[in-house]
Design a protein around this ligand. Structure first.
Ligand code: COA
Length: 163
């Protein structure tokens, strides 16, 4: 993949259908919450609007998204952003799409004057954990057996990167 074939931009309303399809096929019990999957049926942006999303395009096709939001709704927490979702279409993985989205999120955070980006990841999600580590995210805390997913207890891991 050459750099000019992969671009990242802010989402717009008309991305809804393609992002819904990506979301419906991207997550499994290792990476997400099966109960949440049952809810995403009609609208990707029902949860939060286009302004909260960066999308990656490969050859003009939307292939992934990253949801970047303020972590706290009060002024003392200003400057801390959180990644509340990152997914890449199955057939576009392993080609640097998430890498481009994470780079864009860091640039966007700096542009907004943020000092930190945080996120949660399942302990079982080794692919995502390796990706975040490569991007400078460090573990800030582990919540052992935080979730019971399809009969197995799963750790929740807090990671963050200083900007
Ligand atoms: C985790 C996820 C977002 C990664 O997306 P991705 O676009 O495949 O990620 P990247 O391509 O940037 O990096 C993944 C791997 O591809 C490699 N890669 C990056 N650019 C590449 C390129 N040009 N050619 C080949 N491989 C490349 C990376 O080195 C990385 O290798 P690693 O497995 O050794 O770390 C994707 O697997 C996904 O959507 N998973 C389900 C949802 C999920 O888990 N989200 C995170 C929740 S916290």
């Amino acid at each position: 993949m050459t750099a000019n074939r992969l671009t990242v931009r802010r989402a717009v309303e008309t991305d809804d259908a393609v992002l819904l399809r990506i979301d419906q096929t991207s997550w499994d019990a290792t990476t997400g919450f099966p109960s949440y999957q049952e809810h995403i049926r009609d609208s990707f942006f029902a949860r939060s609007g286009p302004e909260a999303h960066l999308v990656a395009e490969y050859d003009g096709q939307v292939v992934g998204y990253l949801r970047l939001q303020d972590k706290y709704p009060f002024p003392e927490g200003e400057g801390v952003l959180t990644i509340n979702g990152l997914a890449v279409a199955l057939d576009a993985r392993g080609q640097g799409v998430a890498t481009a989205l994470l780079d864009a999120a860091a640039a966007e955070g700096k542009r907004r004057g943020a000092r930190k980006i945080s996120l949660h990841v399942h302990g079982t999600n080794t692919v995502a954990r390796r990706l975040y580590e490569r991007h400078g995210y460090v573990i800030e805390g582990t919540h052992p057996n935080e979730f019971l997913i399809e009969g197995t207890y799963v750790d929740a891991i807090d990671m963050a990167k200083m900007l």
